[in-house]
Design a protein around this ligand. Structure first.
Ligand code: AVI
Length: 329
């Protein structure tokens, strides 16, 4: 049985409410000091394509490391989750890593239900297509934010088998520490005792390697960063002078994060009518667009335990960790 593209309409994210929450967020964050923009808005169609390109850059090792880990350890990972009936992936991407985990790790083709949760219907359709080719696998998609998708899945009847939630791609790294803890707790509240959580985290490495990953010689990450202003100009009728912003990545060792900024290189007056903004940017003022937190293996374990999980196992490769935890009582 294949239950493809079953996008839940109740609570699905529609375009008009997305635009209005984007306008509100831009109005709020650009008024802070220092000025900021939330990194979740990078991913319009062009931003998603630029991110795919980043994942192929030789200087951005996250995606390759995270693909090697299921290739090498799929059996071991799934052996901790027996008997498994349901896999939930938050932020589905192309579905490639999950496909590898299931194809290489599953011992017998017991029926498996895969729930994909992502706000992007395009990403869901691509991942769903890839995963529904797997044997005895039913794919259900939820075009919702992660917590809403988890709540919707938790409201369905479940078997006595175990569920596992996947949060890969180092996406947890884009939350600040309190945000990551609150997010993990919220996810845990939709899980049953003994269910698994597999989290991918990028690890602290040399400053040189970290900066190359976020300021690559081809300028793809710079384009990804600047595209946020392109998006504001297009969708919110803004008038950022795009040529007058430089991409800057820096390592903040005290906070263990790479930060991305857009630095204004020519004074300008900025108006963004949809967000009610009209302000001056002097030469040198910057907009902080992303934080990407880097962890130590023991820091990942501590974060999970603090959020109500027990760490079961951890696999490390190429400066990246996959940590499997189970929801404690
Ligand atoms: C999606 N996220 C985990 C990426 C990261 O590494 O923080 C986004 C990214 N930003 C610049 N390069 C990649």
């Amino acid at each position: 049985m294949r239950e493809k593209h079953l996008t839940q309409s109740a609570g699905s994210v529609d375009a008009a409410s997305e635009r209005s929450s984007f306008a509100d967020a831009v109005g709020y964050y650009l008024s802070l000091q220092p000025r900021q923009l939330p990194s979740r808005y990078f991913y319009d169609a062009l931003g998603s394509a630029l991110f795919e390109a980043i994942c192929r850059l030789p200087w951005y090792p996250v995606t390759r490391a995270e693909t090697r880990l299921p290739e090498c350890h799929a059996r071991a990972i799934l052996s901790h989750l027996d008997p498994l009936s349901t896999v939930i992936e938050l932020g589905s991407g192309s579905g490639g890593k999950l496909g590898l985990l299931i194809a290489l790790g599953r011992r017998s083709p017991n029926p498996l239900t895969v729930h994909l949760v992502d706000v992007s219907p395009t990403a869901l359709a691509a991942a769903s297509d890839a995963l529904s080719r797997l044997e005895a696998t039913t794919v259900v998609t939820h075009a919702l934010r992660y917590e809403e998708g988890m709540a919707q899945i938790a409201s369905r009847p479940r078997t006595s088998c175990r569920n596992v939630v996947l949060f890969l791609g180092s996406n947890i790294g884009n939350f600040d520490r309190p945000g990551a803890a609150a997010f993990l707790r919220a996810i845990g509240s939709s899980m049953a005792e003994g269910d698994g959580l597999l989290v991918g985290t990028d690890l602290v490495k040399s400053e040189r390697d970290l900066l190359l990953a976020y300021d690559d010689p081809l300028g793809v990450t710079a384009a990804f960063n600047r595209n946020l202003l392109v998006r504001i100009n297009r969708e919110l009728d803004g008038d950022f002078d795009l040529d007058a912003f430089a991409h800057r990545a820096l390592w903040n060792g005290a906070e263990s994060r790479v930060e991305m900024h857009l630095v204004c290189t020519r004074p300008q007056q900025v108006t963004i009518p949809a967000s009610g903004l009209d302000f001056t940017m002097p030469d040198g003022e910057s907009i902080w667009t992303e934080s990407s937190y880097k962890y130590r293996p023991e820091g990942v374990a501590a974060m999970l335990e603090h959020a109500g999980f027990l760490v079961v196992a951890q696999w490390i490769d190429g400066g990246f960790a996959l940590t499997l935890a189970s929801r404690s009582a």
